[in-house]
Design a protein around this ligand. Structure first.
Ligand SMILES: [Zn+2]
Ligand SMILES: [Zn+2]
Length: 225
């Protein structure tokens, strides 16, 4: 890519990112100030507000990281975060985070929450942030399971659209409001085809045929003859 175009692209990305930070800071400072001010009158409500702020900060960072770091058009392809994410886009059923990783993260999360309750101070901000991160790791795997359609239909639709149709939109995984605020939502009227859904869930033509054989209770050989 031409160095001049690359520089322009980088500058635009930085400007957009800075604008997102500025927009986020407004409500974040308001929530932080509220949490600090009511500390004297209602310590537990103050802790709840700070916990919420920590979680909200994660949802924002999740959006920023996905949009600007994992889909950085001006970056080198070799960057690990970028290439890992590109791999996940081309292989939607494969996730690098394993169940043992998730177990470790979950136990760590429980310890952090217990510590935050015990300490009863600004550590609660980190506890909220970590809970957001934990929700993300679990939500992402859920959104690659078919039953997500029952529990989180809107989030699933958002993630399928991001994977298969609008890779420059729908960056939110646990929440979609940052996409709405920053104008990266998919067009409302867009309908996802069955073919796209099958690809997303890793259903190849062979797998679909196998299901038909199963339903018909015949072997593939009989069917092919
Ligand atoms: Zn992506
Ligand atoms: Zn995914």
């Amino acid at each position: 890519m031409n160095i001049y175009i690359l520089m322009q692209l980088r500058l635009k990305q930085i400007q957009r990112q800075v604008l997102c930070y500025l927009i986020f800071m407004l409500p974040a400072f308001f929530i932080l100030a509220t949490g600090i001010m009511i500390k004297k009158f209602s310590p537990w409500l103050s802790q709840a507000i700070l916990f919420f702020l920590g979680w909200l900060t994660w949802t924002f960072l999740e959006y920023i990281a996905h949009r600007f770091w994992m889909h950085n058009k001006s970056a080198q392809r070799e960057k690990p975060a970028l290439s890992n994410h590109q791999y996940h886009h081309t292989h939607p059923t494969e996730l690098k985070v394993t169940n043992s990783h998730r177990c470790i993260l979950l136990v760590t999360g429980i310890l952090i929450i217990i510590s935050a309750i015990y300490l009863h101070n600004y550590f609660i901000l980190f506890a909220g942030f970590y809970l957001g991160f934990l929700s993300y790791t679990f939500m992402h795997v859920i959104l690659h399971r078919k039953w997500a359609k029952i529990l989180f239909p809107r989030l699933l639709q958002n993630h399928i659209l991001h994977h298969c149709k609008f890779t420059n939109k729908c960056f939110g995984v646990t929440v979609t409001w940052w996409d709405k605020i920053f104008g990266t939502s998919a067009p409302r009227s867009y309908q996802i085809s069955e073919k796209v859904i099958s690809y997303y869930f890793g259903e190849t033509l062979e797998k679909r045929e196998e299901k038909i054989y199963e339903k018909l209770k015949i072997s593939p050989q009989v069917y092919n003859n």
